[in-house]
Design a protein around this ligand. Structure first.
Ligand SMILES: Nc1ccn([C@@H]2O[C@H](COP(=O)(O)OP(=O)(O)OP(=O)(O)O)[C@@H](O)[C@H]2O)c(=O)n1
Ligand SMILES: O=P(O)(O)OC[C@@H](O)[C@@H](O)[C@@H](O)CO
Length: 455
């Protein structure tokens, strides 16, 4: 689908002076990042969702704000996490849901071209970009209007259910989307909620406590939210200027203007919204956690490298990494596509040819397009005095090919480890190798690519 750019009237976003939203809620269950991002295998939910969602579903992602509360010059939805804009992570989650047909992204006029570029660069082919409004509600309404006949642009197929989700909430689960969609189809509206962390109080105009609310009776309203398209569209058609300007709750509009009481669903702690600068760091940390949970060691067939592979596998488990070991990756393309971290152990630089072969498969499949792939090349030197010229040659090779790989988001690191005959020295080297490898996989720092580190 070509990306259609709809220039619908637009006025600049004027920062709303809303109460600062509460902090991210504390986790009432382990914040397991593993399921948040589709970093490899497709989810079985997609098949399940496809069987029950036999009606058209679309998404509207309001992304027209300027992110004033981050204090950054770039609107937070376009700030990079692991060299990819935050909004692309949110889009990708919806993009992978097979029963979602269209994703309307609503951005400020000055971000239209940038958003189109992001959609094209990261293959977000379900995306339609429209111009937003001066407030979030106005932007959402612009997004909904993309499904109506508009002068100068063909309307999009009208969905039965529309999911509205803040573009700056990157961690949303497909299972929740399915529940909200089915609830919205049945009830007319549905929304995700979380327990309140702080108590809500009302202040007098002089700045004193007027009263506080009984926290147990209230919930925090999060996103995503689902609506029968006609319900929410009618609500926005009837929405007052005050609500357009100062409102923050779509569920309220559905109740007030369409008489629809939304069904409320408990959402996971991952629904938090990136609001402040520190939330960007938190989001990147969660993405790194997700990407560094598993790895594949390619050990070659030699006894020494296989033995080191097994030691490394054991030690990386202590870094909460699930590691598979294979002598080679020939014929394992499916495995390659599910893995983001590779550790190649060899006694000679010749194995870098196999690395090149692996990277060729990644490039053909655009495997590293959305998430960086890490390759740690471990050179096991059986000689206590490695030959300096050989080491120099290896370093040059590593530096050369890592520069080429980085262009396709593949990060190649080198580590040399000397197989000392002194057991204590060898043990220490293996431990250091494990720590360096775990750190390289976890941090995915482009600055260290092409180096030959010493374990
Ligand atoms: N005129 C606006 C204002 C906000 N949003 C979007 O609504 C979502 C939630 O809003 P918020 O977190 O408040 O974003 P900003 O308005 O950008 O933040 P700030 O209030 O700090 O400026 C964001 O994805 C934001 O881009 C929008 O589409 N159009
Ligand atoms: O006020 P903000 O623009 O930061 O947040 C908008 C929404 O995310 C917020 O109102 C949720 O509680 C959903 O209704």
């Amino acid at each position: 689908m070509t990306l259609a750019l709809r220039r619908i009237n637009h006025r600049r976003h004027v920062g709303r002076k809303e109460e600062m939203q509460g902090e991210k809620t504390t986790s009432d269950r382990p914040n397991d990042p593993g399921h948040l991002l589709h970093t490899g295998a497709r989810h079985s939910d997609e098949k399940m969702g496809q069987s029950v969602v036999d009606f058209p579903v679309a998404v509207v992602l309001p992304a027209g704000g300027c992110g004033e509360r981050t204090g950054l010059g770039t609107p937070k939805q376009f700030c990079s996490l692991l060299r990819r804009p935050l909004i692309s992570y949110t889009i990708d989650t919806f993009h992978r849901v097979s029963w979602i047909e269209t994703i309307v992204v609503v951005v400020a006029k000055e971000s239209l071209d940038l958003m189109l570029h992001i959609a094209q660069k990261f293959h977000h082919t379900k995306v339609i970009v429209v111009e937003g409004g001066s407030t979030r509600h106005r932007s959402i309404f612009k997004g909904l209007q993309a499904f109506c006949a508009r002068a100068g642009a063909p309307p999009l197929p009208r969905p039965e259910v529309v999911i509205i989700h803040d573009a700056v909430r990157p961690f949303v689960e497909e299972e929740l989307l399915l529940q909200l969609t089915l609830a919205a189809r049945e009830q007319g509206a549905s929304g995700a909620t979380r327990p309140l962390v702080s108590t809500v109080i009302a202040a007098t105009s002089e700045g004193y406590l007027d009263h506080s609310l009984e926290r147990a009776k209230y919930r925090a309203s999060e996103m995503p939210q689902g609506f029968l398209y006609d319900i929410i569209y009618q609500a926005y058609q009837r929405c007052s200027e005050f609500d357009f300007e100062f409102g923050t709750e779509c569920l309220h509009l559905a109740l007030r203007y369409s008489g629809t009481n939304a069904r409320l669903l408990n959402g996971p702690p991952t629904l938090w919204k990136v609001t402040y600068k520190r939330d960007l760091a938190a989001a990147e940390s969660i993405i790194k956690d997700t990407l560094s949970m598993s790895a594949c060691i390619i050990s070659g067939a030699l006894g020494e490298t296989a033995e080191l592979a097994s030691r490394l596998q054991e030690n990386l488990a202590a870094h909460s990494m699930t590691v598979d070991v294979f002598p080679c990756v020939k014929g394992k393309n499916e495995l390659l596509m599910k893995t983001r971290n590779f550790i190649q152990i060899s006694e000679t630089a010749a194995s870098l040819c196999e690395t090149r072969e692996m990277v060729k498969i990644f490039e053909e499949a655009s495997h590293a397009l959305l998430y960086p792939v890490v390759i740690v090349w471990v050179h096991l030197s059986m000689s206590e005095e490695p030959c300096p010229t050989e080491k120099g040659a290896e370093l040059t090779t590593i530096m050369d090919i890592s520069t080429t790989f980085r262009k396709t988001n593949i990060l190649l690191y080198g580590i040399q480890v000397i197989h000392s005959k002194v057991p204590e020295l060898w043990e220490r080297s293996v431990e250091r190798l494990s720590q360096i490898t775990a750190a390289l996989v976890r941090d995915r720092n482009p600055a260290l690519t092409g180096q030959l580190l010493q374990a």
